[in-house]
Design a protein around this ligand. Structure first.
Ligand code: FAD
Length: 244
């Protein structure tokens, strides 16, 4: 059943429904908004689609083939091959809020990009891929993310340090630590779902080994965080089933 209450989702899992719904929203809603797609905006979309197509997205059971079909007029967007299985509706499971205006798509977008940085870090010969994922996210957010204030904040963070990221694991940790920076900024604010308070993540009950204390000051064990993230986004931890 798709009628899942938020507290029924297992927070240790990643739900394929959230990933697919995010793809649907990015490709069919956000990328469909501009009357004309051209220049840097079209470039950003091509980059996004190319990154999705390059990684083994959803461990092979999600989107199978993506093709960018540029034409002179709009839409220079995307056609899925007959084999592609991108759903036509949106179902939030792990990202479902306690009210419809909470969570959903922004949660899904973070989740997709964490997955992409981690999949890029897991293998494949292409050393540039992790940096490509981060810059794809930066470009996508700048050109398409509907929350403009969010996009400006993210661009400011990216401009400060994203270019200094050197490797795949560093890219995973960059996104994790900057997501935590956003969590800290938004904690206690209007956009916080009271049933899903914004935490420095993962909290100690999810990953005790990620947390350290040195002379009374909290620090992260980044190697433990990296292992935790790799495990969280491993194919075996992606749940296809909407019901739990
Ligand atoms: P989210 O923060 O969306 O996180 C989704 C899930 O990811 C969580 O449920 C958790 O399982 C996991 N998670 C949490 N933290 C981390 C982490 N550090 N690393 C890995 N996984 C993690 N909203 C604003 O009001 N103002 C803004 O400026 C703003 N900027 C944004 C910028 C970007 C690029 C994005 C994608 C979103 C932004 N948002 C902003 C939305 C906001 O960050 C949340 O996505 C939204 O409020 C929903 O929150 P959530 O509780 O579902 O958790």
């Amino acid at each position: 059943s798709r009628a899942l209450q938020p507290l029924q989702a297992d927070r240790s899992k990643v739900y394929v429904a959230d990933l697919e719904s995010t793809l649907h929203y990015t490709l069919r809603v956000e990328a469909g908004r501009p009357a004309v797609l051209a220049g840097a905006q079209l470039g950003a979309l091509k980059c996004y689609v190319a990154t999705l197509a390059k990684v083994d997205f959803l461990g092979g059971f999600g989107l199978e083939v993506l093709m960018v079909v540029p034409t002179r007029s709009r839409p220079s967007v995307l056609q899925a091959s007959p084999a592609a299985v991108l759903p036509t509706n949106i179902t939030w499971v792990g990202c479902r809020g306690s009210e419809p205006h909470f969570r959903g798509y922004p949660c899904g977008l973070w989740t997709v990009f964490h997955l992409l940085t981690i999949q890029a870090a897991q293998g494949g010969p292409d050393q540039e891929l992790p940096l490509e994922v981060l810059s794809t996210m930066r470009c996508y957010v700048k050109h398409f993310f509907g929350c403009q204030e969010c996009a400006q904040h993210f661009e400011a963070m990216a401009a400060k340090s994203m270019d200094q990221v050197k490797g795949r694991d560093e890219a995973v940790l960059w996104l994790w630590s900057h997501h935590n920076e956003v969590n800290a900024r938004l904690a206690g604010g209007d956009t916080e779902d009271p049933q899903f308070p914004k935490l420095q993540w993962p909290p100690p009950d999810m990953c005790p080994q990620c947390h350290r204390e040195q002379r009374g000051v909290h620090t992260w064990d980044e190697a433990a965080v990296l292992s935790f993230l790799k495990e969280r986004f491993s194919p075996g931890n992606l749940l296809l089933d909407h019901a739990v």
